[in-house]
Design a binder for this molecule. Sequence first.
Ligand code: HEM
Length: 197
Amino acid sequence: MAYYWFKAFHLIGVVVWFAGLFYLVRLFVYHAEANQEPEPAQSILKKQYELMELRLYNIITTPGMIVTVAMAIGLISTEPEVLKSGWLHIKLAMVLLLIGYHHYCKRLMKQLAKGECQWTGQQFRALNEAPTIFLVVIVLLAVFKNSLPLDLTTWLIVALVITMAASIQLYAKKRRQDKEKLAKIDNNAELASSSAK
Ligand code: HEM
């Protein structure tokens, strides 16, 4: 019975951890794009994002990681046989990379707070695809275990996920370009009307 409890809370931890990771980098996008706003809006927005990022990291993301790992230790201690499985070794390697990503986000958060981060909103959008890859690979490993199929269906699913991620990036880029075009047209119209006066 303990095994099921550990597994249930392991999965709850995973959901909380990933919700935090995805939202944190989305906040970084807004934080970086606040640089394009005029003052005093820029300072107000940056201060607000800094506070939201810090709270999200400390209250949601890091506790989500701790619960996931603590429950995984519980799972392994109730069923130590699982440690011999090859899929778990690959999963552990992926989780170590994910923990590295988690800490890298903390570094970026500190740089943003100090105004030392050179990343653009577009770069943060691309970075936010990394947890998607971790999520897909780790969940596939946890569910299929040693019998993860590498047939055509799996590759089609992988291609679909990559296409979806690329489409989101392209859509965001197009919206940004349209916004910039509109701002230019507004600017030109304003200049034309002031010179006509
Ligand atoms: C310290 C890191 C982790 C360890 C040691 C670990 C270990 C385990 C173990 C032993 C199980 C039980 C497998 C079974 O009952 O057959 C499990 C289940 C699971 N884990 Fe993890 N895990 C870790 C992190 C993660 C992460 C980060 C994710 C998601 C991205 C994840 C997703 C899952 C899922 C979806 C299951 C349920 C699989 C099933 O019942 O078929 N785990 N994990």
